[in-house]
Design a protein around this ligand. Structure first.
Ligand SMILES: CC(=O)N[C@@H](CCC[C@H](N)C(=O)O)C(=O)O
Length: 371
């Protein structure tokens, strides 16, 4: 595939972002591109809204896995690009359109010029939630291939094109979603003393939550609690009977996640008494940390540097990635790919530089040969 074809694919995919486990158009589009490659050494298996694509090696001693995520986010796009999202309120704001294009480019290259080993391309749904990696990994289809090593990439808006970055050990955090439902007694805005105001209760809960991080987590360790959405109330003169908070918890150590949840549950008990209300907690989807295998990463660094791609050591980040589940079972790694965008991940104006597609394909295919 040449650069123009790859850019066209990326733009087609950018137009059709779909949320986790609803990636029907995306799956159909990927299938069409892969079938049009017309290669006899490719075996395609559908899995939910994702795909497994095995490329038979010339003289296989092992199987290398390469994973891309395929879902979009519930964000209204605010770029002025000619190929904007056609799905209102949904956007590829985390680069999965680039990730898929790079995987397709690498698949085209590796199936045209097979390496000795088998390569399993994994097109995984629902990375942003509720998580496709864990069930995909557990599926009989995946287990039959006995993948020996596995890797994946993620775009990095803050890094220049032509560069990649990673680190041995923990790269991404443990995550847990957080949903809190508050219920008390609503009523007339003029009679607060006769009600239990859930807007005041939930607001106070949000500010006190941060004290779990500042007072209960060891300052030499790290944790994040972010509330990204708060919903409450009906009109300006009714005291709200319910409120809902939606957020996420991030930690570098799995044990710290347990500490935060224990403290959160204690806080809930205290709030229920103090504010005469009930608070239901739901942890939604949880992702295991991305823990990079040093030997695999060393081979990657050597391979990309030989290609003239600049490598730098990354810091651990509080982003989450369900690719961590693959790495818990199979030695491998994840790396950042520089795409030089002035707007970051999960931003409605994210605009990665498409020149990074070719760098990504080279980094991926050269690693497949060396790992
Ligand atoms: C790379 C990236 O941005 N990943 C997401 C993963 C989300 C996990 C889950 N839905 C949560 O919010 O906890 C991230 O937000 O880091």
């Amino acid at each position: 595939m040449n650069k123009d074809q790859l850019v066209a694919i990326r733009r087609d995919l950018h137009k059709i972002p779909e949320l986790g486990f609803q990636e029907y158009k995306t799956q159909a589009y990927l299938l069409e591109i892969i079938k049009n490659m017309n290669r006899s050494n490719i075996e395609i298996t559908k899995w939910e809204t994702g795909l497994f694509v095995l490329v038979q090696g010339k003289n296989p001693k092992k199987t290398i896995g390469y994973r891309t995520d395929i879902d979009g986010l519930p964000i209204k796009e605010e770029t002025d690009l000619s190929y904007q999202s056609e799905h209102d309120g949904q956007m590829h704001a985390c680069g999965h359109d680039l990730h898929m294009t790079i995987a397709l480019g690498a698949l085209d290259e590796i199936s045209a010029n097979p390496i000795d080993d088998n390569v399993l391309f994994i097109f995984q749904p629902a990375e942003e939630g509720p998580g496709g990696a864990e069930p995909m990994l557990a599926s009989e289809t995946f287990q039959q291939w006995k993948v020996d090593n596995i890797f994946a990439l993620h775009i990095a808006p803050e890094l220049p094109v032509g560069t990649v970055s990673s680190r041995a050990g923990i790269l991404f955090a443990n995550t847990s979603e957080l949903f809190l439902d508050f219920t008390g007694k609503g009523g007339h805005a003029a009679y607060p003393h006769l009600t239990k105001d859930m807007i005041v209760t939930a607001s106070s809960f949000v500010t006190q939550l941060q004290q779990i991080i500042s007072r209960k987590v060891d300052p030499l360790d790290s944790g994040v609690i972010t509330i990204g959405k708060m919903t409450a109330g009906t009109v300006q003169n009714i005291i709200a009977e319910t409120a809902r908070l939606e957020g996420t918890i991030r930690t570098l150590q799995p044990e710290t996640m347990s500490i935060i949840k224990r403290e959160l549950e204690n806080m809930i008990k205290g709030f229920e008494i103090a504010h005469d209300c009930t608070i239901k907690v739901d942890y939604g989807a949880m992702y295991y940390q991305v823990n990079n295998h040093k030997e695999c990463l060393d081979k990657f660094v050597e391979a990309v540097q030989k290609e003239g791609i600049q490598y730098s050591e990354a810091n651990a980040a509080m982003t989450g990635e369900d690719f961590g589940y693959f790495l818990r079972e199979i030695p491998g790694f994840m790396f950042w790919l520089g795409v030089d965008s002035s707007y970051g991940l999960h931003h409605s104006k994210l605009n990665p530089n498409e020149d990074a597609i070719e760098i990504g394909i080279r980094a991926v295919t050269t690693t497949m040969k060396e790992i």
